[in-house]
Design a protein around this ligand. Structure first.
Ligand code: FAD
Length: 372
């Protein structure tokens, strides 16, 4: 698709899921987009994500209803731009079957319960596990490797310019001045960028470190995403304080082949790059994964690598999408709960707001930073 007539010059900071899809939506609307950042860099969460699309996980409100259109949004993007990694998948939620099948997921589609024995028969990776019971739900998944490669392919075709990380305050300020509008799509790095730009950090924006073990052995091929029925991470995010680390035992296909085994979430850790390389932290995380992992203690984990990436979230569970109050020409696009379901449906609305100034659709969703 050729770029439309010249529109506003927009600087998008961050080239992961959020920045990539926003750059795409802006360019489709005629904006002259510069996308800063390195998609596969060690900084970004997108590259090692499970990529699950919980389209049914939103509240019964306008944002939740918009989120339910995520599969259609991904398919429409693929129809316009080629394969971006959407795959139908199964989600397996393990845990004791609730009395009366009352689920903690009121909007989830109808699923099927498997006994532990049936689950072990169908998924060899669970051969020695005790998953209690498993609820099987229809799901969608984006292969992060295919997504990031697809964006690299289609963004230049839409006229999007690229530059690397803008880490020096001077370079950031200069790049901001050279554009009409700047959008922060830097995930957990957003608060650091805001401070570097001398801008206020909205209350409630926080981050945790998500950790996984990655096994590259291609004979380990999970066909499904396995997670707890009652994951601990969202509850800890909502609480705003509490234990330092939680484990949500599960597995997923690894981008590019192999298996992800996870997932640890570490809270209240600094965002300095040294935190990712801190040996004690990594050793603790590995111990937590191995000792606490109730799925398959017999997996030979020698040769697996542990990777951790910071992930942004908002304590109230609502993302920050739209202009930052008190900062002319700066918008936020971060803090998602379920970004693979929210980003594809919110990116077109934010792009429209940047290009036309119409904030009404974002206001109706309750996601504007000024509303906090
Ligand atoms: C193991 C794991 C499993 C997950 N599973 C799921 C799941 O199943 N479903 C789901 O919806 N979500 C899941 N998530 C969360 C999801 O992957 C992330 O929240 C999402 O990918 C974040 O996308 P993003 O674009 O906002 O941020 P990121 O992907 O973190 O990208 C931020 C970008 O900003 C760039 N950046 C940083 N500083 C600068 C700078 N100064 N200048 C320019 N660029 C900069 C970085 O290089 C990076 O590319 C998971 C995360 C992990 C780690």
């Amino acid at each position: 698709m050729a770029p439309l007539a010249a529109g506003p010059r927009v600087l998008v900071l961050g080239a992961g899921l959020a920045g990539g899809l926003l750059a795409l939506a802006l360019a489709e609307r005629g904006a002259l987009v510069t996308l800063a950042g390195e998609p596969a860099a060690a900084l970004g969460a997108t590259a090692i994500s499970y990529g699950g699309v919980p389209w049914w996980a939103g509240a019964d409100d306008p944002l939740g209803r918009l989120q339910s259109g995520a599969p259609q949004a991904w398919k429409a993007l693929a129809a316009r731009h080629g394969d971006l990694g959407w795959r139908s998948a199964e989600l397996w939620l393990h845990g004791p079957r609730p009395a009366g099948d009352a689920l903690p997921l009121p909007h989830a589609p109808a699923g099927t319960w498997l006994t532990a024995a049936e689950a072990r028969r169908r998924e060899p990776l669970l051969a020695l596990a005790d998953p209690h019971g498993v609820l099987v739900l229809p799901y969608g998944r984006l292969d992060p490797g295919v997504l990031l490669a697809g964006l690299e392919r289609c963004l230049p075709a839409l006229g999007v310019s690229r530059c690397g990380l803008l880490q020096e305050p001077g370079a950031l300020a200069q790049a901001r001045r050279a554009h009409d509008h700047t959008v922060l799509c830097a995930g957990a790095h957003g608060d650091r960028l805001l401070r570097q730009l001398d801008l206020p950090v909205p209350p409630g924006l926080a981050h945790s470190w998500a950790g996984v073990l990655i096994g590259r052995d291609r004979s380990l091929a999970a066909e499904r995403i396995v997670m707890p029925l009652q994951p601990r991470r969202p509850a800890r995010e909502g609480a705003g304080a509490g234990v330092a680390a939680v484990l949500d035992a599960g597995l997923a296909p690894a981008p590019g082949g192999g298996l992800l085994l996870g997932q640890t979430s570490w809270f209240d850790q600094p965002l300095a790059p040294s935190a990712a390389a801190d040996r004690a932290l990594l050793a603790d995380a590995a111990r937590l994964l191995l000792a606490g992992h109730d799925l398959d203690p017999a997996l030979d984990l020698a040769g697996w690598t542990l990777q951790q990436r910071p992930v942004a979230f908002c304590h109230d569970g609502r993302p920050l999408v739209g202009p930052l109050e008190g900062a002319a020409g700066v918008s936020l696009f971060c803090g998602f709960a379920g970004p693979f379901a929210l980003v594809p449906v919110l990116a077109p609305l934010l792009a429209e707001a940047v290009v036309s100034g119409d904030l009404a659709p974002l206001q109706a969703l309750g996601v504007l930073p000024a509303a906090r």
